[in-house]
Design a protein around this ligand. Structure first.
Ligand code: AMP
Length: 191
């Protein structure tokens, strides 16, 4: 099993690179942001709760996310592995992920940390906002998402360094160049 956590600030290219990784390595994809947006679209209870947090650029509470993830994970049973995109975003989520995978006889193989400078992140997210239709791709919400990233999510890098799972990936350049760096890292792990 190859279980990959793709990590980085909003706008670092997690979704774009996930698509390439899935093509190349045949992994199942779990994006908690995508699952939450589908819940919002279907106007479910979870979607209604999540909407307020997402529009403020804040994180949806851990218990809701962890319960949601456990369900989605069981739907991906039988795959070669999973790419986790946008999850975990807090230390309790990382611990919950480890426990969920361990209970299923597997673990996180690697955490790929996409590194991109703040100015570039803001430019990319504003550009994406012109076409994405996402209610959180506007300057005000982008700024709070980046603050939340620095205070709650970035500390996960240390968690995965201690676990011996952290690989830094330079996240600037063309999509192909970035993917080549990722491919090399994953091939080493898979070898
Ligand atoms: P994303 O599509 O990954 O940028 O996520 C969009 C928004 O969904 C985030 O700003 C959060 O409000 C919420 N969200 C997505 N994943 C998580 C998570 N793992 N924990 C908490 N909130 C999340």
């Amino acid at each position: 099993m190859l279980n990959v956590v793709i990590f980085g600030a909003p706008g670092s290219g997690k979704g774009t690179q996930s698509e390439r990784i899935i093509e190349q390595f045949g992994l199942a994809h779990i994006s908690t942001g995508d699952v939450l947006r589908a819940e919002m679209k279907n106007d479910t209870e979870l979607g209604k709760i999540a909407k307020d947090y997402i529009e403020k650029g804040q994180l949806v509470p851990d218990e809701l996310i962890v319960d949601m993830l456990a369900k989605v994970l069981d739907e991906k049973k039988g795959s070669n592995g999973v790419i986790f995109d946008g999850f975990p975003r807090t230390i309790p989520q990382a611990i919950a992920l480890k426990n969920m995978l361990n209970e299923r006889g597997t673990d996180v193989s690697v955490m790929l940390n996409l590194q991109v400078e703040e100015e570039e992140l803001i430019n990319r997210l504003l550009e994406r906002g012109k076409v994405s239709g996402r209610s959180d791709d506007n300057l005000e919400t982008i700024k709070s998402r980046l603050e939340v990233y620095h205070s709650q999510t970035a500390p996960l890098a240390d968690y995965y360094i201690k676990e011996g799972k952290h690989v830094a990936i330079q996240g600037v350049g063309s999509i192909d160049e970035i993917f080549d760096r990722i491919k090399k890292a994953l091939e080493e792990i898979n070898a």
